[in-house]
Design a protein around this ligand. Structure first.
Ligand code: 2OP
Length: 313
């Protein structure tokens, strides 16, 4: 039997994620939205492309306006993209309460119908939404995670590849911490064909790449004027889905629940994890310098502030 992935939220992030899953024939997809019509229309449009893309994955779109999530039952993975996107001038944190109200209802429903699913949160502010989803779902910590590090690392890699005029395939970037302005890109652990970045670029150039990575999301928001990024976010979440469904044991940076790792307890934050069939199979701990640990602590403190406001600490 084919795997089943539910994508909650039929906006740009959700629908491009659904499209990528279907095109790669990773799983059958249910795309949901509170709107009536658009999810069904987008899903049908995607399905009609499958003879050309040669995918036998099935995709359906449903409205959850009535609160009925039964079509999502027995999903292997549920990706939650539902929520309000940022507008120019807004930080991810500005979305806190509004998006908490959205994801609370969604997570209660999907957890009821797919009690064994793995939950991947995409809604912002990411780390706080993952923590809320963890509390609301009651799922074990290995089955709840957030997509952010893959996206932030991909952004950093694309900037490095452009700067050095090398293939993106040569670049491996490393970003830790929360998916906010305090995220922690680590040049020391970022490599080009195995060569550490500080051996290839001046400190000034690295600092400017680090800063652009931190502001990667808002750079797109300001250009789009309405809505936020979706091509890179959907590619990032699809890489996580593929690692889980194919049990690849792939090390990717994701928001995972820390219980003492990196000196942080009882909080989701972006760290390298091994992704396989059970979800987060292992958290990989690396040694940080005092400065890097201080930056990580600052980023985690920002996340803790938000989860405390929501009461999901
Ligand atoms: C971003 O960084 C939407 O948070 C997402 O683009």
């Amino acid at each position: 039997m084919r795997k089943k992935v539910t994508v909650v939220g039929g906006g740009f992030v959700g629908s491009t994620t659904a499209q990528r899953i279907v095109d790669l024939e990773l799983a059958d997809v249910v795309l949901t939205d509170i709107l009536d019509g658009p999810p069904a229309g987008k899903a049908l449009d995607m399905l009609e492309a499958t003879p050309i893309t040669k995918s036998d994955a099935k995709v359906t779109g449903i409205s959850t306006a009535s609160g009925d999530y039964k079509e999502t039952a027995n999903s292997d993975i549920v990706v939650v993209t539902a929520g309000f996107p940022r507008k120019p001038g807004m930080s991810r944190d500005d979305l806190l309460k509004a998006n908490y109200d959205v994801i609370k209802v969604v997570v209660e429903q999907v957890a009821k119908y797919s009690p064994n699913a793995i939950l991947i949160m995409v809604t912002n502010p990411l780390d706080a939404m993952v923590q809320a989803a963890y509390k609301v779902s009651g799922f074990s910590k290995n089955r709840v995670m957030g997509m952010a590090g893959v996206l932030d690392s991909a952004r950093m890699s694309s900037f490095i590849a452009t700067e050095l005029n090398v293939s993106v395939e040569n670049v491996n970037s490393f970003v830790l911490g929360g998916h906010g302005d305090d995220m922690v890109p680590l040049p020391r652990y970022s490599t080009v064909a195995g060569i550490p970045l500080p051996d290839l670029l001046t400190a000034d150039r690295i600092a400017s790449i680090v800063e652009r990575t931190r502001k990667g999301g808002i750079e797109i928001v300001n250009l789009l004027k309405t809505g936020s990024a979706y091509y890179a976010p959907s590619a990032a979440v699809t890489e996580m889905i593929e690692a889980i469904l194919k049990d690849k044991m792939k090390i990717l940076p994701c928001a995972a629940y820390l219980e003492g790792e990196y000196g942080i307890k009882g909080l989701f934050a972006g760290v390298p994890v091994k992704l396989g069939a059970l979800g987060v199979e292992q958290i990989i701990e690396i040694k940080l310098t005092a400065d890097e640990q201080a930056a990580f602590n600052k980023s985690a403190a920002s996340v803790r502030e938000l989860v405390t406001i929501l009461g999901v600490q």
